[in-house]
Design a protein around this ligand. Structure first.
Ligand code: SF4
Length: 131
């Protein structure tokens, strides 16, 4: 995202990530951050994408957590539901404190309802138990 200011008005440019076309979408915002105009999107998903990016940007966090008694020391995990972008670094820090017992299977929930926000960390890999 890039942004240009003209007095009380701002124009931001986002690349829409809803499909591989990657349209460059320009949004003009007023003094109270109200959306005045959106252009450059080839379909309505581009407008939805930018509105979400402005009002409530979300991302998926891919990270890993430690595994105890496993054939590997780490297992990859992710947030299957996109979470608030501003909290990504906090959850990444939290994930470094987590240790799960092997075996770990794809889909295992390693952290549930983080901060009461319904955010989950779920395993996206397998780690067998070391014999
Ligand atoms: S605006 Fe529509 S066509 Fe363009 S990248 Fe987004 S989803 Fe794809």
């Amino acid at each position: 995202m890039s942004e240009q200011k003209q007095g009380d008005y701002r124009t931001r440019t986002d690349i829409c990530l809803r499909c591989p076309q990657g349209c460059e979408v320009q949004t003009m915002l007023g003094p109270d951050d109200e959306i005045l105009n959106i252009s450059g999107n080839k379909c309505k998903l581009g407008r939805e994408y930018v509105e979400q990016e402005i009002r409530d940007p979300r991302r998926v966090l891919p990270t890993s957590v430690r595994v105890k008694n496993g054939t590997r020391p780490l297992v990859p995990v992710w947030t299957p539901e996109p979470m608030p972008k501003g909290m990504i670094m906090d959850l990444a820090a939290e994930s470094r404190k987590i240790e799960v017992e092997a075996p770990v299977h794809v889909g295992d929930v390693v952290l549930d309802d983080w901060r009461g926000l319904g955010i989950r960390l779920v395993a996206s890999g397998e780690v067998e138990r070391a014999e």
